[in-house]
Each structure stands twice: as structure tokens, then as C-alpha cells.
Design a binder for this molecule. Structure first.
Ligand SMILES: CC(C)(COP(=O)(O)OP(=O)(O)OC[C@H]1O[C@@H](n2cnc3c(N)ncnc32)[C@H](O)[C@@H]1OP(=O)(O)O)[C@@H](O)C(=O)NCCC(=O)NCCS
Length: 352
């Protein structure tokens, strides 16, 4: 089978070409989680260009020029993890086990070498055995595992939520919680960026992975971006004496998918933990969403396996494990050895 792999800029692609990439992306997401609701084209354009990362994309084409696989190599734009390239490879189901994934990997390896990055970082899902098999075949190391958890909104224990909400002010004296629908006001963005900064340094990350820098400008550009495709409800915890934001949880709802609330981040600054603030903000946001966003079926969230405090709150709320994502990484030299051992030429068009 003749095949070509080319580097492409999604912004320069017309809708028809992007649609064929979107089909592979949606199919992979559904394979990982059958509950996934497909992205639309405009949504995909926006998600593909979310701020904070520099991205390179590759397409594998079949004999008629049809897209059969896609790959992305990306890195954070703040200089963190200068030795790493994060990669993602997807091949349409009908074209697997024919070397397409390896051909895409070859281009990503060349990119890493061009950028002077020595480690490739990726992940696989337990629901897609092919992804794990591919990673193992090339000799990638497995790192941290993450739970994707889900609860059915109809099964939420309203008494429990009400209790967490009502007990908040007595368990955590000197704090208050505000619920905000829509964007966070500008004057809070510095505090929120600081919260992300501290929390990323506190939460479990795979060995060797550095947290990124956070600034009010980055938070502003991220929220401006996501506002184009989602609605949000947040609960923010303030320390009364300083007026600072010390805790946050956010629920997002994709405009294209009213069935699901996505918990993006829940965090309480380490010096303010142990007072029930995590439960208070979770309850406040969830109760607000119940009244503002009727009709949804699922609430979903992701947590590291080792993040016991967050998992404990989520289990009590009724979240149940849905799938497992495992971080993997491999040195670029070893990935190159794997590619060469399979007779794939490095350097542009490939044919077998
Ligand atoms: C992972 C994926 C990209 C592999 O693409 P592919 O084109 O099938 O890969 P290749 O044909 O180049 O496979 C190379 C080798 O990997 C191993 N491999 C790949 N899929 C496998 C499977 N289902 N079972 C066992 N081994 C497998 C084999 O050693 C294979 O060589 P072989 O076919 O000669 O035995 C593809 O299965 C996919 O798109 N999966 C969904 C997305 C995903 O999980 N991506 C990883 C997360 S970023």
C-alpha cells in the first residue's frame, strides 16, 4: 500500500479536509469512551488551537489521498519540559496493523530531533488495547494512571450536597463561597493563576514531568477561548481576612452536548485544607448547576490514581470509575530504533 505522511497546519485546511481528520478524532474518542458526543467542525477548530501549547500536525494518507491517520507533537509555550514532546497518534480502525502508526511515529520522531527534544510523552486508554499494545511494542515506559469517573446526575444525593453546603461556613469559619456563572472577573485572575501554579506543584504528575507556569494572562486567554464553546459554573472560596481566592471548582458544559457536565478542576490551596472547603465548593457548584442546567444526565471528572483526597470526595458524591488513562514515555533514540527495526524509512513519504 502506498502511503504519504505530510505535515499540515489545521488553520490552513478547508472544511472538507478538516472533516476527515475530525472523523478519526471523534471515532477514537468514542472508542475510548462510548458515551462521548462527537465534536462539531467549529468546535474542533477551536479545541485544536487552545492556548498554551505549540502544535505540529501530521496526516497519513491512503492510495486515493484519503486521510487514514493523524498525529500531533506539541509542547507547552512557557519553556517547561524542554526535553519533552507530547505526542498523540490515531489511525482509523480499518487501516490499523499496516504500519500507519509507525509511519506517523517516524515523523514525530523527526520533529523531536529537529526541536532538540529527547523524550516522547503520550498516554493510552485501557478501553483501547491497540494503543497499549503499540506503546509496549516500541518499549515505552508506563507512568502515572488516571481515573476517568462518572456519576449519573439523577442519582446525586441531594441531602449530602445540601449538608456539605450548609456545614461549609461552620466548619470553615473565616471563609466564604461564591458561585459564578460565566467567566471569572478580571480582578480574580491573578489569584486563580496562583492557585493553578501551587496546585500543579502539589498534585501527582508522572516522574520527570514539570508543572507549567501560570499567569493571569494565560488564564484570561484560556477562558476567553473556552467561552466560545462552553458554559461554565464555578464555586470560588475566599479567605475573608485577605479577600484572596483559596479554592475553586469549575463545571463546564459543551454547547454541543447538553447531556454532560465536565468537572475541569477542583482545588483548595494546601494551607487551607482539612476544613471541608473542597466539599463546600463541590456542593455549591453542583447545586447551582442542578437549577441552571436541567436535563443533563452525566457528570464526569478525571483524577490521578494517587490523588486520594480528591477521589474520596468524588466517591462520596457517587462517582464511579469509567476508564483508565496511563501516561507513557520513551526516549527518542529508542523510538527511532523501533521505527528502523520495522523497515520504515525516516524522512517524508513512505511506501510499503
Ligand atoms: C495505536 C495506533 C495508533 C497504532 O496504529 P497502527 O497503524 O495500527 O500501528 P502499526 O501498524 O504501525 O503497528 C506497529 C506495531 O505495534 C503493535 N501493535 C499495534 N496494534 C496492536 C494490536 N492491536 N495488538 C497487538 N499489537 C499491536 C504491533 O507490534 C505492531 O506491529 P505488527 O502489526 O507487525 O505486529 C492505533 O491502534 C490507534 O489509532 N489506536 C487508537 C488511538 C490510541 O489509542 N492512540 C494512542 C494514544 S495517543
Amino acid at each position: 500500500m502506498k502511503r504519504r505522511v505530510e505535515e499540515v497546519d489545521y488553520d490552513a485546511l478547508d472544511d472538507t479536509r478538516l472533516e476527515s481528520i475530525l472523523q478519526i478524532t471523534n471515532a477514537t474518542s468514542r472508542e475510548a469512551n462510548p458515551r462521548f458526543n462527537d465534536f462539531g467542525l467549529d468546535e474542533f477548530r477551536l479545541i485544536s488551537s487552545s492556548p498554551g501549547r505549540v502544535r505540529h500536525r501530521f496526516l497519513a494518507q491512503g492510495p486515493e489521498g484519503e486521510v487514514v491517520g493523524v498525529a500531533e507533537g506539541s509542547f507547552a509555550d512557557d519553556g517547561s519540559n524542554p526535553d519533552r514532546l507530547r505526542i498523540q497518534i490515531s489511525v482509523e480502525a480499518a487501516s490499523r496493523r499496516a504500519g500507519v502508526g509507525t509511519a506517523l511515529l517516524a515523523r514525530v520522531v523527526e520533529l523531536a530531533e529537529r526541536l532538540g527534544r529527547s523524550t516522547l510523552q503520550s498516554w493510552h486508554y485501557d478501553t483501547i488495547p491497540a494503543g497499549r499494545a503499540f506503546a509496549r511494542a516500541m518499549g515505552a515506559r508506563e507512568g502515572l494512571q488516571f481515573h476517568d469517573n462518572v456519576l449519573r446526575i439523577a442519582e446525586l444525593d441531594l441531602h449530602l450536597l445540601q449538608r456539605w453546603n450548609d456545614q461549609g461556613p461552620t466548619r470553615a469559619t473565616g471563609y466564604r463561597v461564591e458561585v459564578i456563572e460565566g467567566p471569572w472577573p478580571d480582578h480574580l485572575l491573578g489569584d486563580i493563576a496562583q492557585l493553578y501554579f501551587v496546585l500543579e506543584r502539589d498534585m501527582p504528575l508522572s516522574e520527570g514531568v514539570e508543572p507549567r507556569e501560570w499567569s493571569a494572562e494565560l488564564v484570561a486567554s484560556m477562558q476567553a477561548h473556552y467561552r466560545k464553546l462552553t458554559s461554565s459554573i464555578s464555586a470560588l472560596a475566599f479567605e475573608e481576612s485577605t479577600g484572596g481566592v483559596i479554592g475553586l471548582t469549575q463545571l463546564l458544559k459543551r454547547d454541543s452536548d447538553p447531556t454532560t457536565w465536565i468537572v475541569t478542576t477542583t482545588m483548595v490551596d494546601p494551607t487551607h485544607r482539612g476544613k471541608g472547603i473542597g466539599k463546600w465548593i463541590k456542593a455549591a457548584a453542583t447545586l447551582e448547576a442542578l437549577s441552571r442546567w436541567p436535563g443533563a444526565v452525566y457528570q464526569e471528572t478525571g483524577n490521578a490514581f494517587t490523588n486520594e483526597p480528591m477521589l474520596a470526595i468524588n466517591r462520596e458524591m457517587g462517582f464511579e470509575h469509567e476508564l483508565t488513562t496511563t501516561d507513557v514515555e520513551i526516549e527518542v533514540d529508542l523510538a527511532r530504533d523501533f521505527i528502523e527495526s520495522r523497515g520504515v524509512q525516516m524522512g517524508g513519504a513512505t511506501g510499503t
